[in-house]
Ligand binder design. Structure first.
Ligand code: NAP
Length: 297
């Protein structure tokens, strides 16, 4: 079994930052990831509030960080963590690719999109239902689409789709958006973004396994070919739920970002916290990495 001073679960911006701090401090570190390195920012079309970049797209920012990880020769491995076992001071990480032993763990597993929970939603993924406008938007060029949600993600991606699609129906269940004012102001400037406020999608209409419309709670129908769902996110903590006391699925830590189990730290969107931003994830990644190093020396 391979052994490391620190294994970081999740190679999003928080995990990659922790890895940089651990590696530069001279401890042996492994970055474990079950998806694409970069995590959620790979699905973000435009970032305008990360200092140093007036505007940058998510995949480019992710690529810049991955370059840095590679130039530091930080070991990176695919692996889906299924559970963690405590053996004295050591921890055994069980993954679908085998077990790994670590003195310390940093959980940076982030969050995944929340589903709307409509009956045919899952079956229509790839047939018109999407959780990533940046990945799938071009498939709907010059077509009518719907975005569901009223947070920063929904509004940002509505702006992205407005430049590609014919009309973008922005369906939000309340009168007020839960997004930054700058985004609320921007969407008003697009004639082809059509806000549908105080509305909910009650049915996804389909024909030949493809989306052909959505029915709203007032029974009106929008004839869209794509529906992009941005109704929040849920933390990826199922592999650790029997080990830690979670708060609505989120990990709680002390101010050093250490959990109730000594030697297990957490950072990024998986934390219970006030602000979910790239800048906060990076700050927490740096702090978790630094505290792991301190605890080992
Ligand atoms: P969010 O802020 O939690 O917003 C989710 C939206 O979906 C809310 O408007 C919510 O409505 C709505 N919603 C939830 N469940 C629903 C349902 N079942 N049916 C219909 N609508 C539903 O999620 P997010 O936009 O993904 O953002 C997540 C976090 O990342 C936030 O903290 C956000 O600020 C941050 N973020 C920041 C940026 C940025 O700074 N540029 C970009 C993206 C994300 P209600 O308002 O009625 O609850």
């Amino acid at each position: 079994m391979k052994q490391y001073d620190c294994v970081i679960i999740g190679a999003g911006v928080a995990g990659m930052t922790s890895a940089i701090y651990c590696k530069r401090a001279g401890i042996s570190v492994l970055l474990l990831e079950k998806g694409v390195p970069g995590g959620q920012i790979n699905k973000t079309s435009t970032i305008e509030n990360y200092p140093g970049f007036k505007q940058i797209d998510g995949p480019t920012l992710a690529m810049n960080m991955i370059d840095q990880i590679q130039s530091l020769e930080i070991p990176y491995q695919y692996g889906n963590v299924t559970s963690i076992e405590i053996q004295g001071e050591d921890k055994i990480i069980h993954t679908d690719m085998g077990d790994i032993q670590a003195k310390r763990i940093i959980v940076a597993s982030g969050r995944k999109p929340r589903e709307l929970g409509l009956p045919n939603e899952k079956a229509l993924v790839g047939g018109g239902v999407s959780y990533c406008a940046y990945c799938d938007g071009m498939l709907y060029k010059d077509q009518d689409v719907a975005i569901v949600g009223g947070g920063n993600s929904a509004l940002e991606e509505a702006l992205y789709l407005a430049n590609i699609c014919k009309n973008v129906y922005l369906i939000h269940r309340r009168e007020e958006y839960r997004a930054d004012q700058i985004l609320v102001d921007k969407i008003k400037k697009y004639d082809n973004i059509k806000p549908c406020l105080n509305q909910e999608v009650i049915e996804i209409l389909e024909q030949n396994n493809k989306v052909c419309g959505v029915r709203l709670k007032d029974q009106s129908v929008l004839n869209v070919t794509g529906i992009f769902i941005y109704v929040g996110q849920i933390p990826e903590t199922s592999f650790i739920e029997n080990l830690l006391t979670l708060d609505q699925g989120y990990i709680v830590t002390n101010e050093h970002l250490e959990t109730e189990i000594p030697g297990i730290y957490a950072c990024g969107d998986v934390l219970k916290k006030e602000l979910y931003q790239i800048s906060t994830a990076i700050g927490e990644g740096a702090l978790a990495g630094t505290n792991v190093v301190k605890s080992l020396k």
